[in-house]
Design a binder for this molecule. Sequence first.
Ligand SMILES: [Zn+2]
Ligand SMILES: [Zn+2]
Length: 192
Amino acid sequence: MSEFSLTVDFSSIPDGERAYIEGEAFLSEIETPTATLPLRSPLHYEIQILRNKEDFLLSGMVSAVLEYPCARCLESVDLALSGQIEATYKKSPKKISEEEIELEDLENVIYYEAMTFDLSERLIEAILVEIPSKVLCKEDCKGICPYCGENLNNVAEHRCKIESELSPGQFLSALKRIAIDDTDSNNNQNDK
Ligand SMILES: [Zn+2]
Ligand SMILES: [Zn+2]
């Protein structure tokens, strides 16, 4: 799925002991269901795995700098993120009810059959959950002009030229942009 894998064989950890894994993954981007996010730094991870008989307690942190669009002006922002990983791996019992599985799932318990795991997806997930719901290039980002799309941060005072100076093509694409922005609120506004 992703271009990086981090396979760890838990069985190599002696009972009662810890394993430390630290490293960097050089990914060009992370795929999410809704976007492809370029990486501006390696994905750095530090993981500790503690073995207690057949249980493995995984904890650690992961950090990376992602390129993310500003919610207002759409310019790329370097977003430095760090996330935590925590999970318990338990040997899969012979019989386990659906209910039990659901309950354990909430507590981040993973049942294993074999002791070898690829932890890469888990690391990437830990980063993605840290993305704020609204990313801004700066607190007071002025956004873009809704008529012509000009980035309002780059101009001291923007006076839109939509009526006087835009060519018909630019005018049309500006209108389309407005129509797209308005689709939620006014569906039946324009009959003509
Ligand atoms: Zn912005
Ligand atoms: Zn404008």
